[in-house]
Structures are given as structure tokens and as C-alpha cells.
Design a protein around this ligand. Structure first.
Ligand SMILES: [Fe+2]
Length: 269
């Protein structure tokens, strides 16, 4: 079985077929030192004085439950009142990178200190993810004709809708759920890298174990909406399995597509 996997992992047609069939697939994704190039400066950034950290926080989208809902840059999540009960211990920093972040920092006049390479590393990782997905998206068009996935994927890239998300959980986080079961709001997600296992997927809650050089691709709400449910969005959650050592970190790429007129996705994460 292992041999079969290594023979087909580079075949975008087989990856597309598996995505359409079971909503997830393993791909080849070489990221070199990019995980380190992102996580190391980010770990430094979250130790900066709160005043400086807030300069990296941008509430661009709507407000959520009456509170600002920052969606770009460095976002602190503390759980607490208003959050879902099972996320009350979900204490983490989320770094959302889209190319527009560079402009937002310029617009606000933020002194980047030594953090410019962090943005560069995110941009490079984003390119690798886009390039890895493109042939699979093209093969999805062959297997599920009529949806124009490639066109809508390229549109979303032009609109800078795709994103890199780096999550650093607090050290000493309690064991248990750190992300409740959900499906993503995007087209295809890439679970790029993580410090230790924790992400579980599917009804069987299969624990994903990252092996460097590979990545897990899975489906979100937008492919389900495009296909009228023919392709399902993959349910997943995240659990903390360790309470000692540094906080868990993970790197994720959210690949989006534009939606045809009249097609919408449900609210929620
Ligand atoms: Fe997710």
C-alpha cells in the first residue's frame, strides 16, 4: 500500500479523484525551511509589548457579536464569554496572512522592526500552496465538468482571498478540544505543517500525522456549494494531546474560489 501511495502522490488526476470521492488527499509539498521562517519570528512577535502587537491587528471584516472581529494580521484569542463553551480554553495567537497585510501595515505606518522576512516567508509559502493546488484544480474540472473551478480559483487569487494561517497555542494548554468539529469556509484547505499531531478528520476522527514533504488537502464549504453537495466538505477538529513543552503550532493554507451568482455558503466557521 505504501508503495502505491508513493507512486500516485504526484499524480494530480488521482489526487483530484480522491478529493472528489472522500474529501481529502495527501499531496507532495516541499516547504524547505518556510515553517521555521514563519514560526520562529512569529513566536518572537507574540512576545512583543501588547501595544506593539495591536498594531499588527486589523479588523477588516464585520463585527462579530458586537465585538470587532479582526481578520488580518496578529489576532489574540482568549476564549471567555461569548465564545462557544468548548472553546473557552482555546487560548492562542492566530496570524492571518494575505498579501494585503503588507499594504495594511504600510497604511497604518507600523514599524516592522525585524519582521519583514516573516511576510516574505508567508508569501513564498502561499505561492507554493497555490502552485501545488493548481494542477489538482485543473483535474477537478476534468472530473466534475461545468463548475469552472480553475477560473474561480484564479479569480479568488486575483482578489487575494486565499490566506496562510499560522496558529500558536499557549504553552500549557489544557488537554482536549482546541477546535470544535467544523468544516472550513473555503474551497480547498492545505494542512501544511504542525508541531505535533492534533488535527482529526472524518466521521472516524482519524488523527492526521504530518510527514514533512507531504501535506493533507481537504475540501471546504465552497466546493460543496459549487457542486450542490456532490463533493462534501470535510469535517474536522483539533485536540491537544500534550500539556508539557511548548504550545502546539500549525500552518494552514486556505484556498478560495469565487462563487457563481446565487450560490452561497452557510454561516459559521
Ligand atoms: Fe478548519
Amino acid at each position: 500500500m505504501q508503495c502505491q501511495l508513493s507512486l500516485s502522490i504526484d499524480d494530480p488526476g488521482e489526487r483530484a479523484a480522491e478529493l472528489a470521492r472522500v474529501s481529502h488527499t495527501l499531496i507532495r509539498l516541499e516547504i524547505g525551511s518556510l515553517a521555521d521562517d514563519i514560526i520562529t519570528p512569529l513566536s518572537r512577535l507574540i512576545e512583543e509589548p501588547e501595544e506593539y502587537r495591536h498594531e499588527w491587528e486589523f479588523a477588516i471584516k464585520k463585527r462579530h457579536q458586537g465585538r470587532p472581529d479582526p481578520d488580518d494580521g496578529l489576532i489574540r484569542r482568549d476564549g471567555g464569554p461569548g465564545d462557544e463553551p468548548d472553546e473557552r480554553f482555546d487560548r492562542k495567537f492566530v496570524f492571518m496572512y494575505r498579501p494585503r497585510l503588507d499594504w495594511l501595515l504600510t497604511w497604518r505606518g507600523v514599524d516592522r522592526k525585524g519582521y519583514a522576512p516573516l511576510l516574505t516567508a508567508c508569501e513564498q509559502l502561499m505561492k507554493r500552496c497555490r502552485i501545488a493546488l493548481l494542477p489538482i484544480v485543473q483535474e477537478l474540472d476534468v472530473r466534475l465538468p461545468g463548475h469552472q473551478f480553475e477560473l474561480h480559483f484564479m479569480n479568488a487569487i486575483m482578489l487575494q482571498q486565499d490566506a496562510i494561517r499560522a496558529i500558536i497555542y499557549d504553552a500549557g494548554h489544557p488537554q482536549g478540544a482546541i477546535a470544535k468539529p467544523h468544516t472550513d469556509r473555503d474551497f480547498l484547505t492545505i494542512q501544511v505543517a504542525e508541531s505535533r499531531p492534533g488535527m482529526r478528520f472524518g466521521k472516524a476522527r482519524t488523527l492526521y500525522r504530518w510527514s514533512p514533504g507531504t501535506a493533507l488537502v481537504f475540501t471546504g464549504k465552497k466546493i460543496a456549494a459549487h457542486t450542490g453537495g456532490e463533493v462534501a466538505a470535510l469535517e474536522h477538529d483539533v485536540v491537544e494531546t500534550e500539556t508539557v513543552g511548548g504550545g502546539r503550532w500549525s500552518l494552514i493554507y486556505f484556498g478560495h474560489i469565487t462563487l457563481p451568482a446565487g450560490v452561497t455558503i452557510p454561516h459559521g466557521e
